[in-house]
Design a protein around this ligand. Structure first.
Ligand SMILES: Nc1ncnc2c1ncn2[C@@H]1O[C@H](COP(=O)(O)OP(=O)(O)OP(=O)(O)O)[C@@H](O)[C@H]1O
Length: 291
């Protein structure tokens, strides 16, 4: 059984623009020639990209292009048609199911609906992964739960039921649960969906705190341009029609320089406008986040 995150072997995909010349830290996550879909339908194919350790990496693209499907393959929940997902060099989909499940626990996943168990209190929700997988004495579990809840700004909410929380608080509680096992990699599927702009920005700040304070790498699916511009430093853009990645780079780079009309329309939130590369106006998110 793999022992978790270890020194990676030589990467399986050649260096793309994501790798600068000179010594480069090995990626924590590598997507190698991935094809995903359902039954006979390919949703995305030929996907190859690397996620740098300590980065916030955005998976972007219009509704229905396959972002969540790709995330499920990365999380070890949906077997890809082709290719593999390498976690610190270990090919997830070549492992036996029990090994894959064990390695999968080094990823904390926040699903789109951030589903908490409604019949369990907030603290019990966060405790669940620890009780299932960590085999710790109950007192230690209680302390760790308190620590995680404090980390996400809910130190006094453990006794509440999920229904008693606001939408933003529920996201935070789900994030605390995703952090329960101290994963080095967080997968977030539209964490700010349904939140007001202030709550959304607080969540952005929390993601950056987790990255900067704990060194957690974050792979993020989001439609929220302000959020993407504020926190993501790398990314990939998936296209529904071409069923593959059509751009790589940070959301700001894609907004300012990518020539593809689909990318430009999305990044400028404008169905008609196609500004010339390098001549974009500051987006709303830049102003709101003070960049
Ligand atoms: N369980 C499933 N079975 C069959 N098809 C599915 C299933 N889940 C998703 N799909 C289809 O796969 C395609 C990609 O869906 P997915 O949810 O990955 O897109 P997305 O980019 O995450 O969308 P959104 O931004 O709206 O959340 C869609 O056409 C969807 O209908």
């Amino acid at each position: 059984m793999p022992s978790g995150f270890e020194a990676p072997p030589t990467p399986a995909v050649p260096d793309g623009h994501l790798s600068a010349p000179g010594p480069v830290a090995p990626p924590i996550l590598e997507i190698a020639s991935l094809a995903v879909g359902f039954r006979h339908r390919v949703v995305q194919r030929d996907l190859s990209f690397r996620v740098r350790r300590g980065s916030v990496f955005a998976v972007m693209g219009g509704s229905g292009c396959g972002k969540s499907t790709v995330l499920r393959a990365i999380a070890g929940l949906l077997r890809p048609f082709e290719g593999d997902v390498l976690l610190d060099g270990t090919p997830l989909w070549r492992l036996r199911p029990a090994e894959r499940a064990a390695l999968g626990r080094s990823m904390g996943v926040l699903f789109q609906n951030g589903a908490l168990w409604s019949s369990l209190s907030v603290a019990e929700n966060v405790a669940l992964p620890l009780q299932l997988f960590a085999r710790l004495p109950p007192g230690v579990v209680t302390e760790l739960v308190q620590l995680k809840l404090a980390l996400v700004g809910l130190p006094d909410h453990g006794r509440l039921m999920p229904a008693e929380l606001s939408g933003g608080m529920r996201k935070r509680a789900a994030l605390a649960r995703a952090l329960a096992l101290d994963p080095p990699l967080l997968l977030l599927d539209e964490p700010s969906a349904g939140l007001d702009p202030v709550s959304s920005r607080r969540l952005d700040e929390l993601v950056l705190e987790l990255r900067d304070g704990l060194g957690i790498t974050v792979l993020l699916i989001s439609h929220e341009l302000p959020s993407l511009f504020a926190i993501a430093d790398d990314g990939v853009f998936l296209d529904a029609d071409r069923r593959t990645a059509i751009a790589h780079g940070s959301p700001r780079e894609l907004r300012d320089t990518d020539p593809d009309p689909t990318v430009r329309r999305f990044m400028h939130r404008d169905p008609d406008r196609l500004p010339a590369a390098g001549q974009s106006r500051p987006a709303e998110g830049d102003l709101r986040h003070g960049f």
